[in-house]
Write a protein that binds this ligand. Structure first.
Ligand SMILES: [Zn+2]
Length: 1147
């Protein structure tokens, strides 16, 4: 071993340069990390390799130089680029120049096994180490080092692979040093992309965009260098960050606080960090105090003077796009109940690390018409600030959703600087919006990876009509043959990826043999195969409302693994012998082969269970054969479930909905709340049982690294909302344990039998208080903490869905390893992975993240389709008749009954269970004006147009968060003296049923959002007597029901009445005119607008003026844009298919 000295210069925080001498021990056993290694054994054999190896199939490897690594890291991150050799030279230099973000990104690429990229320790390799010559620049020495490395690779691999040195800085002299015959090429990124990726526009666009950003940055640096007052913040109000040393010292001495900054989703002016245990949450208000930090950044905060502390906001945001995020905020705020106490308030003084992501954004309206190449874009996610990008031709970006990234945020710049990455399509086009959802949740940043790689597909078994897959006789002989058992599956209709099947029969002595059979995915997907790595990276199949993104290639997920009927399928089975009381006598685990008799649907199984002899869709013979099994299964699972419930298992509620799509013409035909059937519970119970048993079994074999799923008890304070809500109805809820909670909820349900919605909402509140369940490695916490609170089980894991969840696949491997004992059949290093607690913890963390993002994407897609449904329902045919471009056409009313689900300072949230839609009703405008529709004040004979007449100047009272009352002043009432039975006070309580009109706030830059306008209490729907309270009994319940009309008729009638009403009131009392509401006045204006419109159409040239609203209750603003895009969503409906989600509701 040779000793050598390497000299480095390092810039310190104080901008002085220090010389560092590092001793390097040169070795001659540094591995090449290529599968082409001609040595015997290959030189990487001796070392533990973290990454995957450079593969033999690639005929060239890439070595980026420092100029590329530093400034084009994003291009290297693109999944198309593989087989990159990251040299120690550039990594060391990134570190020494404090480019830790770039350094981490490169490491990340090397770590991703799908990228087949490696880190080569060239500085430690005897043959590639290069000494710096006297007077030689660092850049030049480093360049020589890379050339040396390239030459070594050529020699070592006997010229099997060409080497491409990527450089944006090389000059002629350096190029000449490379002999053309060596198989080493020097290329700029442009040359490389042109030669190897000529048609991959995404890469070319990104390169152009990065080059522009770099130009810009260089320019800025120059101008900054020339001005003396570097600290001038240019009126932005931002301040320079404190030096790192001061930040670190400040955090240590508790003068500063460090944490991840989160912007409140429903009030983006407010951000917060969690300080230490003593101080709790620290609020950061306004962009000046946020000081250029972006949501997710790790920041250092200094507290403000106590006199400047503020209380978090308790009103519903008036910003439409913030409102729909309100539910998310529930988890973020520590109490779940809004308090008005002041909280520690601070400002950001430094940033420890940035969390900048690719953001989906839209060009600020009109920006494309402005001169110059700088433009502001508005991120789709309203908590991300506007970003300034450079683009030479912004016209092509107008009305498009684009992906942008932030590069820097100088102190003198109001907005961060970023660059354009690529365009994903026209705004409000369905496919675009779905892509946006995926990108925002990190599900597939590159559209090219939605498919599986060629390499992965090559690993797949062949199953074509010509060459159907058949079970291997040798494999069959190793498996328990269950083909003579009656096995069946129960799933939603059209289920393609059938993970689980069941068998059950009486075996005498009152005993039952019960089996759960799960697709044997681990047989087909070998550990560390390309398919395995891809599945691990994806983590889960993502189910959106109208489509799904599979974790595994279709040949497995829909064919060979899927437990289809009438074919032999490999399974992992758990077989129990149960006594007549469903107590477990024996358990058997192992590989099996099954032949399902029937792919049943839930409805069909429920039919058999209800006693039917024949159910639609199944032939009589099958029904006769399966009915006893289904009945026995139900009988058995009821017992198992009852025992689990007695231990504290919770029956929770979610507001999940299903979309039904029109078969022809596109569009949503209906939204259906998920219909709970008993058979759902029965299947769920069987799966819970299997998961619980497998969890115990793998824990026996893997004390330190079993993949378990735990559900910690909720934080007590999260129950506040639930407790208050129950209290408002006269119930008390015991939350001391899951059993106590379950019993309390059951009691509420029993006493409120006639109010199903109340019970549902209460359970939903309980669900919202729950902590998140997550995967853990058993070694990471004490055994006592493994428990699953919601299911009331001491051990739990995910075993039953390996086709669509990676965790289950790991669990299958662990189970197999346990069953085979300590000597696994395979000789690869799989047991190493399964036994490595640390690695398992990492995988668990990754899967938790993927799971969460997938759920959020699902939620976003549900909201997108709900919005579409409202758009569809409220769309005025008049607008469509004019080619869909008449935004002045009034929306049609879409009236529904909902429940008051949350009271706020300026209004309340209403939940419409029919559609699973939650939205705000504002009683107080942004200006402070409080108003209420006439219809809400009438106890009886409310006219159809009464909700269009709004009484302003009211007073409001919300001292408790369970009720809100509006008082109407006498002078406002006078105008309606002719109307009989007009109340002067109206109260809204939590759980009250109200009639609302669902409306849509349209936006270009953001998603459309749903809001509601009040019509009044739904006296009909509110039961006269609610048990357990008595408080509500005093309210009058004699109101004529609203007559139902077809939308169009209603509209006509409404228009007429509206205008009559205006005239009448105006005649009676002219001073009331300002109190008249938007809709009212709009009626008068409609005529004028139509005239204007016609003039514009005649003129042709004039751009349409923005529609003026007289009383701007909810800040509805129509953006001027090509109106056709509004309806693109609807029109693109026929382009997609319906996919059923196979998600079980809990666990
Ligand atoms: Zn080698």
């Amino acid at each position: 071993m040779l000793r050598k000295e390497n000299v480095h210069f390092r810039k310190t925080n104080k901008n002085t340069v220090v010389k560092r001498v590092r001793e390097v021990y040169l070795r001659n056993d540094i591995p090449c990390l290529s599968t082409q290694c001609p040595k015997e054994p290959p030189c990487h054999e001796a070392v533990k390799v973290e990454s995957s190896l450079l593969s033999a199939e690639q005929d060239y490897y890439l070595i980026p130089d420092y100029s590329v690594a530093l400034r084009y890291v994003e291009l290297l991150e693109q999944e198309e680029l593989t087989h990159i050799i990251f040299t120690e030279t550039i990594l060391q230099r990134l570190q020494s120049e404090d480019k830790s973000r770039t350094y981490k990104s490169l490491r990340q690429v090397a770590k991703d096994p799908r990228r087949r990229s490696v880190v080569f320790s060239n500085e430690h390799c005897k043959e590639t180490n290069v000494l710096r010559e006297p007077e030689e620049s660092i850049e030049h020495r480093d360049w020589r080092a890379l050339v040396q490395t390239a030459a070594w690779y050529r020699r070592h691999l006997h010229g099997c692979a060409n080497i491409i040195l990527l450089s944006e800085e090389f000059n002629q002299e350096d190029v000449l040093r490379i002999d053309d015959t060596t198989g080493i090429k020097v290329m700029s990124l442009k040359e490389y992309l042109t030669q190897f990726w000529p048609r991959t526009a995404v890469l070319h666009e990104l390169l152009t965009s990065l080059k522009e950003a770099i130009l810009e940055e260089d320019l800025e640096n120059k101008t900054q260098g020339s001005t003396t007052s570097k600290k001038a913040s240019g009126g932005t109000g931002y301040q320079e960050y404190k030096p790192l040393s001061e930040l670190e010292a400040g955090v240590k001495s508790e003068r500063f606080f460090q944490g991840v900054m989160r912007v409140r989703a429903n009030h983006r002016d407010q951000a917060f960090i969690r300080g230490d245990a003593n101080i709790g949450e620290i609020v950061i208000v306004g962009s000046e105090h946020r000081n250029r930090a972006v949501h997710g950044d790790v920041v250092v905060v200094e507290l403000l003077n106590k006199s400047s502390w503020v209380a978090p906001s308790t009103h519903i945001s008036y910003n439409p796009e913030e409102v729909h995020a309100a539910a998310e905020d529930e988890e973020e705020s520590s109490s779940g109940v809004r308090t008005r106490e002041v909280k520690p308030t601070g400002r950001v003084v430094g940033i420890m690390s940035r969390n900048w992501q690719p953001y989906v954004a839209t060009l600020q309206e009109g920006s494309e018409k402005e001169a110059g190449s700088f433009h502001l874009v508005l991120p789709l996610n309203p908590i991300i600030p506007k970003i300034r990008i450079r683009h030479h031709d912004a016209k092509v970006l107008a009305n498009q959703r684009i992906v942008v990234r932030i590069d820097s945020w100088p102190v003198n710049s109001q907005y961060p600087n970023g660059h354009y990455v690529r365009s994903i399509g026209p705004a409000h086009d369905l496919d675009t919006e779905i892509s946006a959802i995926l990108i925002e949740h990190g599900i597939s940043v590159s559209q090219t990876t939605q498919g599986f790689s060629e390499g992965s597909l090559k690993e797949m078994p062949i199953n074509t009509p010509e060459r159907p897959w058949v079970a291997d006789p040798a494999e069959l002989s190793r498996r328990r043959d269950l083909r003579n058992h009656i096995v069946f599956s129960i799933d939603p209709p059209n289920c393609q990826d059938i993970d689980d099947a069941i068998s059950i029969k009486e075996i005498g002595n009152g005993q039952i043999e019960f089996g759960v059979h799960i697709a044997d995915v681990s047989y087909f997907v070998k550990e560390n195969s390309l398919t395995d790595l891809e599945a691990r990276a994806r983590g889960t199949t993502v189910y959106l409302s109208d489509r799904r993104f599979d974790m595994l290639p279709k040949v497995l997920s829909e064919q060979l693994c899927s437990l289809r009927h009438h074919v032999d399928r490999y399974a992992m089975s758990v077989m129990w012998t149960l006594d007549s009381e469903a107590n477990v006598l024996t358990t058997w685990y192992g590989r099996s082969v099954i032949r399902s008799a029937c792919e049943m649907e839930y409805e069909q199984a429920q039919g058999l269970l209800n006693g039917k002899d024949v159910v639609p869709g199944l032939d009589a013979k099958i029904c006769k054969q399966l009915k006893p099994s289904v009945v026995l299964l139900a009988k058995t699972m009821r017992k198992v479930r009852a025992r689990r419930m007695a231990k504290g298992g919770l029956e929770l509620e979610s507001s999940e909905v299903k979309f039904k799509f029109k078969e022809e013409g596109g569009g949503i035909s209906d939204i259906l709340p998920k219909q709970p059937l008993e058979v759902h519970q029965i299947i769920e119970e069987a799966m819970v049982m299997a998961n619980g048993y497998v969890a115990q079994r793998i824990y026996q074999g893997f004390r330190e690294s079993a993949m378990l799923r735990h559900h910690p008890p909720p934080i007590e304070s999260h129950f506040k909302m639930l407790l208050r809500a129950a209290e408002s109805r006269g119930f008390s809820i015991d939350t001391t344990s899951n059993l106590a909670l379950a019993n309390s909820l059951r009691e509420c349900a029993a006493k409120s039998e006639n109010d199903i919605e109340f019970v549902k909402l209460l359970k939903t509140m309980a669900t919202m208080a729950m902590s998140e369940a997550s995967y853990i490695s058993s070694g990471s916490m004490e055994v006592s903490k493994y428990a699953h609170y919601g299911l009331a089980l001491d051990f739990y894991t995910h075993f039953t869905s390996p086709i669509r969840r990676y965790a289950d696949l790991v669990v299958h491997r662990q189970l197999m390893s346990c069953l085979l004992g300590s000597t696994p059949q395979t000789t690869d290093n799989s047991s190493d992975f399964l036994r490595n607690g640390l690695k398992m913890e990492q995988v668990a963390g990754h899967l938790n993240y993927k799971n969460r993002e997938s759920k959020l994407a699902q939620k976003d897609s549900t909201e997108l389709f709900q919005t579409l449904y409202v758009l569809q329902k409220t769309r005025n045919p008049a607008a469509v008749e004019n080619g869909g471009n008449d935004p002045e056409a009034e929306d049609l009313p879409f009236i529904e009954t909902g429940i008051v689900s949350e009271i706020r300072e300026n209004g309340f949230f209403v939940f419409v269970p029919r559609f699973g839609i939650r939205g705000p009703v504002y009683l107080k405008e942004k200006s402070g004006e409080i108003s209420i529709p006439l219809s809400a004040l009438k106890q009886s004979s409310a006219g159809e147009s009464d909700h269009l007449v709004t009484i302003s100047g009211c007073e409001m009272d919300t001292d408790s968060m369970t009720q809100i009352s509006v008082k109407v002043p006498p002078q406002a009432l006078r105008a309606h003296a002719s109307s009989p039975n007009v109340l002067s006070l109206v109260q809204f309580r939590l759980f009250d049923k109200v009639k609302v009109a669902l409306r849509l706030k349209k936006s270009l830059a953001h998603r459309h959002t749903i809001y509601m306008t009040l019509i009044g209490l739904d006296h009909q729907a509110t039961p006269a007597a609610v048990s357990g309270t008595g408080k509500i009994g005093s309210r009058t319940t004699t109101v004529a029901p609203m007559k139902s009309h077809s939308g169009r008729l209603f509209k006509k009638a409404g228009e007429q009445l509206q205008q009559d009403e205006v005239k009448r009131i105006a005649q009676q009392d002219p001073s009331l005119a300002p109190l008249l509401q938007r809709d009212l006045i709009q009626g008068i204006q409609e005529g004028q607008q139509q005239q204007q419109q016609q003039q514009q159409k005649k003129g042709g040239k004039n751009s349409r003026k923005q529609q003026q609203r007289v009383v701007d209750l909810e800040e509805v603003y129509y953006q001027s844009r090509p109106e056709s895009s509004l309806y693109n969503l609807i029109e693109s409906f026929d382009r997609f298919r319906i996919v059923e989600s196979n998600e079980s509701p809990s666990s």
